[in-house]
Design a protein around this ligand. Structure first.
Ligand code: UDP
Length: 383
């Protein structure tokens, strides 16, 4: 490999790296090298076909694409069509199932009542006013102020403790605002205008994105092993963990990791939905995925189904980072890393790992498109 042939090098072939590669190739008309230490492109959005059943399995947990950004939707639709899947999540608590996010069915079933939508606010207000929370400072206070203590204890507390390995009082309030709270029976997990799964799968989407004469892909290659060979005048887009780039000189940023336990079940449908959440603290996994439901248009001729239990795990160097924990100490360290990144010429940091941000897929694509525009117009927001 002659690294001097590539004026642009991208570290990481996840959704951010693939978007950047395509944009840079089209924008500059120059050669782009994208390297990844894994043996596949697509990062944590990667999917593969299960050999026994032919069902498309998401290797790093269910990824449902959803966005309100037409620009992002139009960009991705150049490389794939999306199916019409609408994500609906069921949560299991003490042996009973409820809609998630919390909606009127959740409230009415949980309390054994039959409230009407216009009565919900007053019902919750009476519950949360006992708590005296005027300015919620953490995840627990925010959740209790939104849904009251009983629903919080049932559907949020145990799940969040398992998911983050921390007391919800130590977590930022914003995490829970990812979940809407519904006064009616609508049960779509997302309300964005554009939603779905790539018709031919995520692997096909990323292959098409990188299928460009100016883009070269090198897998099973750690960026840090080739870094010295990249000419100084090349521009690097780094989408790996920002603290690793600086050899953890200001300390580690904390992450939460996940482990998936796969099983083929000898039934055609095991749980009737793509994702079931497990709210009870004494069940060690948070979710069960059943991938065939993401593509109802494909049917399931195998008579079997693939499920995966999702176990959140502590993260240490060498594990896969999934979620930025974002404690007060993390924010202090991130600030120090940002001071370092802003001093570097020719290196841009991007993506969930590079920016230490809890990006959804669409926000990662949008940030990559904006970064590309900004770099070629001379201003990088991520620095
Ligand atoms: N959450 C919860 N109960 C649930 C689902 C989510 O308490 O049944 C909380 C939990 O703290 C989680 C956050 O809401 O980290 C955001 O959930 P989301 O589904 O957006 O997480 P992701 O899909 O990114 O894993």
């Amino acid at each position: 490999m002659r690294y001097s042939d590539f004026p642009y090098v991208i570290a990481g072939a996840g959704i951010t790296g693939c978007t950047l590669a395509r944009c840079i190739a089209e924008e500059t008309g120059k050669r782009v090298l994208i390297v990844d230490r894994r043996n596949h492109i697509g990062g944590n959005c990667h999917s593969r076909l299960d050999p026994q059943t032919g069902i498309e399995v998401h290797s790093y947990g269910t990824h449902v694409f959803h966005t309100g950004e037409k620009r992002v939707w139009d960009f991705l639709n150049r490389f794939c069509e999306f199916n019409s899947y609408r994500h609906k999540v069921v949560t299991l608590y003490k042996g009973r199932t409820y809609h998630m996010p919390v909606n009127l069915q959740t409230i009415n079933s949980f309390f054994g009542i039959s409230l009407k939508p216009h009565e919900v606010d007053e019902f919750i207000r009476l519950k949360s006013s006992r708590e005296n929370i005027t300015d919620p400072q953490n995840l627990e206070e925010k959740a209790v102020s939104l849904i009251g203590r009983e629903l919080y204890e049932a559907f949020v507390k145990g799940y969040t403790l398992k998911q983050w390995g921390r007391d919800p009082r130590e977590l930022p309030a914003e995490i829970i605002t990812r979940l809407p709270f519904r006064h009616g029976y609508e049960c779509d997990y997302f309300t964005c205008r554009y939603q779905g799964l790539p018709w031919n799968g995520y692997a096909d989407l990323f292959e098409k994105m990188l299928d460009h004469e100016l883009i070269e892909v090198t897998l099973e290659t750690d960026f840090f092993d080739i870094r010295k060979e990249i000419p100084e005048e090349s521009t690097v887009f780094y989408t790996g963990p920002v603290d690793r780039f600086f050899d953890y000189r200001h300390g580690e940023l904390s992450w939460r990791s996940l482990r998936f336990e796969y099983e083929v079940k000898d039934v055609s449908d095991y749980q009737g939905t793509a994702v079931m959440n497990y709210a009870d603290i004494d069940i060690p996994f948070t979710r069960m995925h059943e991938y065939q439901h993401l593509h109802p248009e494909r049917g399931n001729k195998s008579g079997k189904t693939v499920i995966a239990r999702e176990y959140p795990e502590a993260w240490q160097q060498g594990d896969e980072p999934y979620y930025p924990v974002n404690t007060a100490q993390d924010r202090q360290r991130l600030e120090l890393y940002r001071q370092e990144t802003s001093k570097l010429e020719n290196i841009h940091f991007a993506g969930r790992l590079g920016c230490y941000r809890y990006y959804d897929m669409d926000k990662a694509v949008l940030a990559a498109l904006e970064l590309c525009n900004a770099v070629f117009q001379g201003h990088d927001n991520c620095k």
